[in-house]
Design a protein around this ligand. Structure first.
Ligand code: FE2
Length: 346
Protein backbone atom coordinates (compact mmCIF):
# COMPACT_ATOMS: atom_id res chain seq x y z
CA UNK A 1 0.00 0.00 0.00
CA UNK A 2 1.22 3.48 -0.84
CA UNK A 3 0.74 5.64 2.24
CA UNK A 4 1.00 9.42 2.51
CA UNK A 5 0.11 11.37 5.64
CA UNK A 6 -0.67 15.06 5.21
CA UNK A 7 -0.86 17.37 8.24
CA UNK A 8 -2.78 20.64 8.35
CA UNK A 9 -1.85 21.97 11.76
CA UNK A 10 -2.92 19.09 14.00
CA UNK A 11 -5.45 17.70 11.51
CA UNK A 12 -4.26 14.62 9.69
CA UNK A 13 -5.37 13.30 6.34
CA UNK A 14 -4.22 10.23 4.49
CA UNK A 15 -3.71 9.35 0.85
CA UNK A 16 -3.76 5.58 0.38
CA UNK A 17 -2.92 3.98 -2.93
CA UNK A 18 -2.96 0.50 -4.38
CA UNK A 19 0.53 -0.09 -5.80
CA UNK A 20 -0.76 -2.63 -8.28
CA UNK A 21 -3.65 -0.74 -9.86
CA UNK A 22 -2.76 2.88 -8.96
CA UNK A 23 -6.24 3.48 -7.53
CA UNK A 24 -6.26 5.68 -4.44
CA UNK A 25 -8.45 7.18 -1.74
CA UNK A 26 -8.10 10.30 0.41
CA UNK A 27 -9.31 10.14 4.00
CA UNK A 28 -10.30 13.41 5.71
CA UNK A 29 -8.90 15.88 3.17
CA UNK A 30 -8.66 19.51 4.30
CA UNK A 31 -9.88 22.30 2.02
CA UNK A 32 -6.67 24.33 1.97
CA UNK A 33 -4.58 21.32 0.88
CA UNK A 34 -6.50 20.32 -2.24
CA UNK A 35 -3.54 21.00 -4.54
CA UNK A 36 -1.23 19.02 -2.25
CA UNK A 37 -3.35 15.84 -2.44
CA UNK A 38 -3.51 16.14 -6.20
CA UNK A 39 0.21 16.79 -6.38
CA UNK A 40 1.08 13.82 -4.18
CA UNK A 41 -1.24 11.53 -6.12
CA UNK A 42 0.39 12.66 -9.36
CA UNK A 43 3.89 12.20 -7.94
CA UNK A 44 3.03 8.69 -6.75
CA UNK A 45 1.30 7.82 -10.03
CA UNK A 46 -2.08 7.41 -8.34
CA UNK A 47 -5.60 8.16 -9.42
CA UNK A 48 -7.94 9.20 -6.61
CA UNK A 49 -11.17 7.19 -6.73
CA UNK A 50 -12.92 8.10 -3.47
CA UNK A 51 -12.95 10.96 -0.97
CA UNK A 52 -13.86 9.87 2.52
CA UNK A 53 -14.72 11.89 5.60
CA UNK A 54 -14.60 9.78 8.76
CA UNK A 55 -17.19 12.11 10.31
CA UNK A 56 -18.66 15.63 10.21
CA UNK A 57 -15.68 17.72 11.24
CA UNK A 58 -16.24 20.69 13.54
CA UNK A 59 -12.63 21.78 13.62
CA UNK A 60 -11.46 21.81 10.04
CA UNK A 61 -12.84 22.52 6.62
CA UNK A 62 -13.42 19.38 4.64
CA UNK A 63 -11.93 19.30 1.17
CA UNK A 64 -14.01 16.36 -0.06
CA UNK A 65 -16.56 18.40 -1.98
CA UNK A 66 -13.99 20.54 -3.78
CA UNK A 67 -11.89 17.52 -4.74
CA UNK A 68 -14.99 15.60 -5.81
CA UNK A 69 -15.98 18.44 -8.11
CA UNK A 70 -12.52 18.57 -9.66
CA UNK A 71 -12.08 14.81 -10.03
CA UNK A 72 -15.64 13.64 -10.67
CA UNK A 73 -15.40 10.97 -7.96
CA UNK A 74 -17.77 10.25 -5.07
CA UNK A 75 -17.77 11.77 -1.59
CA UNK A 76 -18.12 8.92 0.90
CA UNK A 77 -19.44 9.20 4.47
CA UNK A 78 -21.45 7.21 6.96
CA UNK A 79 -25.17 7.23 6.19
CA UNK A 80 -25.85 9.31 9.32
CA UNK A 81 -23.96 12.25 7.80
CA UNK A 82 -26.21 15.32 7.51
CA UNK A 83 -24.30 16.59 4.46
CA UNK A 84 -26.53 16.67 1.36
CA UNK A 85 -23.61 16.29 -1.07
CA UNK A 86 -22.55 12.80 0.04
CA UNK A 87 -22.64 10.49 -3.00
CA UNK A 88 -22.04 7.18 -1.29
CA UNK A 89 -23.43 6.50 2.18
CA UNK A 90 -22.00 3.63 4.18
CA UNK A 91 -23.29 1.26 6.81
CA UNK A 92 -21.39 -0.61 9.48
CA UNK A 93 -19.77 -3.65 7.90
CA UNK A 94 -19.61 -2.25 4.37
CA UNK A 95 -16.39 -2.60 2.44
CA UNK A 96 -14.95 -0.30 -0.22
CA UNK A 97 -12.65 -1.61 -2.92
CA UNK A 98 -9.88 0.71 -4.03
CA UNK A 99 -7.97 -1.29 -6.61
CA UNK A 100 -6.76 -4.28 -4.58
CA UNK A 101 -7.13 -2.44 -1.27
CA UNK A 102 -10.09 -3.34 0.91
CA UNK A 103 -11.40 -0.67 3.28
CA UNK A 104 -13.52 -2.23 6.00
CA UNK A 105 -16.05 0.16 7.54
CA UNK A 106 -16.97 0.23 11.23
CA UNK A 107 -19.64 2.61 12.49
CA UNK A 108 -18.21 4.11 15.69
CA UNK A 109 -20.62 6.80 16.95
CA UNK A 110 -19.69 8.81 20.02
CA UNK A 111 -17.54 11.74 18.92
CA UNK A 112 -20.30 12.35 16.36
CA UNK A 113 -23.25 10.19 15.34
CA UNK A 114 -21.75 9.68 11.89
CA UNK A 115 -18.23 8.69 12.99
CA UNK A 116 -16.66 5.65 11.39
CA UNK A 117 -13.32 3.87 11.46
CA UNK A 118 -11.71 2.22 8.45
CA UNK A 119 -9.46 -0.81 8.53
CA UNK A 120 -7.08 -1.37 5.62
CA UNK A 121 -4.66 -4.27 5.96
CA UNK A 122 -2.90 -3.74 9.30
CA UNK A 123 -3.87 -0.07 9.54
CA UNK A 124 -6.85 1.38 11.38
CA UNK A 125 -7.98 4.91 10.47
CA UNK A 126 -9.79 6.00 13.59
CA UNK A 127 -11.03 9.49 12.72
CA UNK A 128 -11.70 11.21 16.04
CA UNK A 129 -12.92 8.06 17.77
CA UNK A 130 -9.47 7.12 19.07
CA UNK A 131 -6.55 9.56 19.21
CA UNK A 132 -2.98 9.07 20.40
CA UNK A 133 -3.32 9.20 24.17
CA UNK A 134 -6.88 10.45 23.89
CA UNK A 135 -10.30 10.07 22.36
CA UNK A 136 -12.50 12.44 20.41
CA UNK A 137 -14.56 14.80 22.55
CA UNK A 138 -18.26 14.09 22.98
CA UNK A 139 -19.55 17.57 23.78
CA UNK A 140 -19.98 18.83 20.19
CA UNK A 141 -23.19 18.40 18.17
CA UNK A 142 -24.36 14.72 18.04
CA UNK A 143 -21.61 13.68 20.48
CA UNK A 144 -22.54 10.94 22.96
CA UNK A 145 -20.17 9.54 25.62
CA UNK A 146 -22.23 6.35 26.09
CA UNK A 147 -22.01 5.62 22.37
CA UNK A 148 -18.28 6.37 22.39
CA UNK A 149 -17.80 3.88 25.22
CA UNK A 150 -19.49 1.17 23.17
CA UNK A 151 -17.64 2.08 19.99
CA UNK A 152 -14.33 1.79 21.82
CA UNK A 153 -14.70 -1.02 24.33
CA UNK A 154 -17.12 -3.20 22.38
CA UNK A 155 -15.73 -2.09 19.04
CA UNK A 156 -12.32 -1.10 17.85
CA UNK A 157 -10.41 -1.94 21.04
CA UNK A 158 -11.37 -5.57 20.45
CA UNK A 159 -9.68 -5.62 17.07
CA UNK A 160 -6.21 -7.05 16.52
CA UNK A 161 -3.95 -5.33 19.10
CA UNK A 162 -1.21 -5.06 16.46
CA UNK A 163 -3.27 -2.76 14.22
CA UNK A 164 -1.51 0.56 13.60
CA UNK A 165 -3.64 3.52 14.68
CA UNK A 166 -3.99 6.59 12.41
CA UNK A 167 -6.21 9.28 13.93
CA UNK A 168 -7.63 12.42 12.33
CA UNK A 169 -5.73 14.52 14.87
CA UNK A 170 -2.17 14.46 16.11
CA UNK A 171 -0.75 17.70 17.43
CA UNK A 172 2.71 16.35 18.21
CA UNK A 173 3.56 14.59 14.96
CA UNK A 174 5.71 11.57 14.32
CA UNK A 175 3.92 9.24 16.76
CA UNK A 176 3.43 5.59 15.88
CA UNK A 177 0.97 3.63 17.90
CA UNK A 178 -1.11 0.47 17.91
CA UNK A 179 -4.32 -0.66 19.56
CA UNK A 180 -2.18 -2.53 22.12
CA UNK A 181 -0.18 0.57 22.98
CA UNK A 182 -3.30 2.74 23.31
CA UNK A 183 -4.94 0.11 25.52
CA UNK A 184 -1.90 0.12 27.76
CA UNK A 185 -1.02 3.81 27.81
CA UNK A 186 -3.98 5.97 26.72
CA UNK A 187 -5.20 7.68 29.92
CA UNK A 188 -8.80 7.85 28.68
CA UNK A 189 -8.90 4.08 28.17
CA UNK A 190 -7.97 3.30 31.74
CA UNK A 191 -11.60 3.82 32.82
CA UNK A 192 -12.99 0.45 31.84
CA UNK A 193 -16.35 0.89 33.55
CA UNK A 194 -19.03 2.50 31.42
CA UNK A 195 -20.17 4.87 34.19
CA UNK A 196 -16.65 6.02 35.03
CA UNK A 197 -15.80 6.55 31.36
CA UNK A 198 -19.01 8.52 30.73
CA UNK A 199 -18.46 10.66 33.85
CA UNK A 200 -14.91 11.39 32.77
CA UNK A 201 -16.05 12.45 29.27
CA UNK A 202 -18.85 14.62 30.73
CA UNK A 203 -16.49 16.36 33.14
CA UNK A 204 -13.93 17.43 30.52
CA UNK A 205 -14.31 21.13 30.03
CA UNK A 206 -12.82 21.84 26.64
CA UNK A 207 -12.84 25.11 24.81
CA UNK A 208 -14.77 25.26 21.56
CA UNK A 209 -12.71 24.67 18.43
CA UNK A 210 -11.89 27.82 16.48
CA UNK A 211 -14.06 28.33 13.41
CA UNK A 212 -16.62 25.79 14.67
CA UNK A 213 -19.58 27.74 13.28
CA UNK A 214 -18.02 28.13 9.86
CA UNK A 215 -16.67 24.55 9.79
CA UNK A 216 -20.06 23.05 10.63
CA UNK A 217 -21.85 25.34 8.20
CA UNK A 218 -19.52 24.45 5.37
CA UNK A 219 -19.08 20.74 6.18
CA UNK A 220 -22.79 20.11 6.75
CA UNK A 221 -24.11 22.15 3.83
CA UNK A 222 -21.34 21.93 1.25
CA UNK A 223 -21.34 25.72 1.18
CA UNK A 224 -18.10 27.59 0.72
CA UNK A 225 -15.94 28.97 3.47
CA UNK A 226 -15.16 32.68 3.34
CA UNK A 227 -11.55 31.78 2.49
CA UNK A 228 -12.76 29.67 -0.46
CA UNK A 229 -14.98 32.45 -1.70
CA UNK A 230 -12.05 34.88 -1.58
CA UNK A 231 -9.66 32.36 -3.18
CA UNK A 232 -12.08 31.84 -6.08
CA UNK A 233 -12.32 35.60 -6.61
CA UNK A 234 -8.54 35.99 -6.33
CA UNK A 235 -8.07 33.29 -8.96
CA UNK A 236 -9.86 35.34 -11.61
CA UNK A 237 -8.51 38.84 -10.96
CA UNK A 238 -5.03 40.31 -11.38
CA UNK A 239 -3.66 42.61 -8.69
CA UNK A 240 -1.71 45.83 -8.62
CA UNK A 241 1.11 46.25 -6.12
CA UNK A 242 1.24 49.21 -3.72
CA UNK A 243 4.46 50.44 -5.32
CA UNK A 244 2.99 50.27 -8.82
CA UNK A 245 -0.10 52.20 -7.73
CA UNK A 246 1.99 54.79 -5.91
CA UNK A 247 4.11 55.37 -9.02
CA UNK A 248 0.98 55.77 -11.15
CA UNK A 249 -0.67 58.15 -8.68
CA UNK A 250 2.51 60.26 -8.51
CA UNK A 251 2.98 60.37 -12.27
CA UNK A 252 -0.56 61.67 -12.62
CA UNK A 253 -1.43 58.75 -14.88
CA UNK A 254 -5.05 59.43 -15.77
CA UNK A 255 -5.66 56.22 -17.62
CA UNK A 256 -7.23 54.36 -14.75
CA UNK A 257 -9.93 54.77 -12.14
CA UNK A 258 -8.99 54.14 -8.53
CA UNK A 259 -12.12 52.89 -6.81
CA UNK A 260 -12.32 52.84 -3.01
CA UNK A 261 -15.00 50.28 -2.11
CA UNK A 262 -15.03 50.89 1.65
CA UNK A 263 -17.84 52.70 3.48
CA UNK A 264 -18.05 56.50 3.34
CA UNK A 265 -16.71 57.17 6.86
CA UNK A 266 -13.60 55.06 6.24
CA UNK A 267 -13.07 56.85 2.93
CA UNK A 268 -13.43 60.28 4.49
CA UNK A 269 -11.03 59.38 7.29
CA UNK A 270 -8.26 58.83 4.78
CA UNK A 271 -8.10 57.55 1.22
CA UNK A 272 -5.46 57.14 -1.44
CA UNK A 273 -5.17 60.34 -3.49
CA UNK A 274 -7.41 60.31 -6.58
CA UNK A 275 -9.57 57.48 -5.22
CA UNK A 276 -13.28 57.64 -5.97
CA UNK A 277 -15.79 56.31 -3.48
CA UNK A 278 -18.11 53.48 -4.49
CA UNK A 279 -18.93 51.27 -1.48
CA UNK A 280 -19.02 47.53 -2.20
CA UNK A 281 -22.61 47.40 -0.99
CA UNK A 282 -23.67 49.88 -3.70
CA UNK A 283 -21.50 48.57 -6.52
CA UNK A 284 -24.19 46.86 -8.61
CA UNK A 285 -26.69 49.68 -7.94
CA UNK A 286 -24.41 52.46 -9.11
CA UNK A 287 -22.17 50.76 -11.64
CA UNK A 288 -24.12 51.93 -14.70
CA UNK A 289 -24.07 55.58 -13.65
CA UNK A 290 -20.62 55.70 -12.09
CA UNK A 291 -18.64 53.57 -14.53
CA UNK A 292 -19.99 54.16 -18.01
CA UNK A 293 -16.86 52.94 -19.83
CA UNK A 294 -16.31 49.16 -19.55
CA UNK A 295 -12.95 49.43 -21.32
CA UNK A 296 -11.49 51.63 -18.59
CA UNK A 297 -8.80 50.25 -16.34
CA UNK A 298 -10.14 50.07 -12.76
CA UNK A 299 -8.13 49.49 -9.59
CA UNK A 300 -10.36 48.53 -6.64
CA UNK A 301 -9.07 49.10 -3.13
CA UNK A 302 -10.46 48.41 0.33
CA UNK A 303 -9.05 48.30 3.86
CA UNK A 304 -7.40 44.84 3.83
CA UNK A 305 -7.41 43.87 0.15
CA UNK A 306 -10.11 41.20 0.45
CA UNK A 307 -13.38 42.97 -0.27
CA UNK A 308 -11.68 44.77 -3.16
CA UNK A 309 -10.87 41.34 -4.62
CA UNK A 310 -14.57 40.44 -4.54
CA UNK A 311 -15.40 43.84 -6.04
CA UNK A 312 -12.88 43.37 -8.86
CA UNK A 313 -14.25 39.88 -9.56
CA UNK A 314 -17.79 41.30 -9.70
CA UNK A 315 -16.65 44.08 -12.03
CA UNK A 316 -15.02 41.53 -14.34
CA UNK A 317 -18.24 39.52 -14.36
CA UNK A 318 -20.08 42.69 -15.31
CA UNK A 319 -17.76 43.16 -18.27
CA UNK A 320 -15.05 45.44 -16.89
CA UNK A 321 -12.28 43.27 -18.26
CA UNK A 322 -9.52 45.51 -16.92
CA UNK A 323 -10.64 45.53 -13.28
CA UNK A 324 -7.87 44.65 -10.82
CA UNK A 325 -7.54 44.77 -7.01
CA UNK A 326 -4.92 46.58 -4.98
CA UNK A 327 -2.67 44.04 -3.30
CA UNK A 328 -2.74 44.85 0.39
CA UNK A 329 -5.39 47.54 0.67
CA UNK A 330 -5.43 50.97 2.27
CA UNK A 331 -4.13 49.57 5.57
CA UNK A 332 -0.90 48.44 3.88
CA UNK A 333 -0.71 51.76 2.01
CA UNK A 334 -1.03 53.65 5.30
CA UNK A 335 1.53 51.43 7.02
CA UNK A 336 3.96 51.99 4.17
CA UNK A 337 3.79 55.70 5.00
CA UNK A 338 2.31 56.63 1.62
CA UNK A 339 0.22 59.81 1.44
CA UNK A 340 -3.48 59.83 2.25
CA UNK A 341 -6.18 62.42 1.74
CA UNK A 342 -9.09 62.97 4.05
CA UNK A 343 -12.51 64.45 3.51
CA UNK A 344 -15.21 63.85 0.96
CA UNK A 345 -14.76 63.37 -2.77
CA UNK A 346 -13.37 66.29 -4.71
FE1 FE2 B 1 -13.79 15.69 14.76
Amino acid sequence: MIFEQIATGGCQSYLLGCGETCAAVVIDPEASQVDRYLGLAARDGLRIRYLIDTHTHADHFSGTRQLARQLGVPVVMHRESPAPFVDMRLDDGDMIQVGRLRLQVMHTPGHTRDSMCLQVEDHLFTGDTLLFGGTGRTDLPTGDPEALYDSLFSGILRLDPALKVHPAHDYKGGIESTIARELAENPRLQKHERGAFVDMMRSLSLSMPTHITEALRSNMSGGKTVAQLLAEAAAVVPFMSLAELKARVESADNNFILLDVRERDAYENGHIPRARLLPRGQLELRVNDDLPDPTKRIVACCEFGRISTLAAATLRELGFQRAVALDGGVKAWREAGYPLQSGSEA
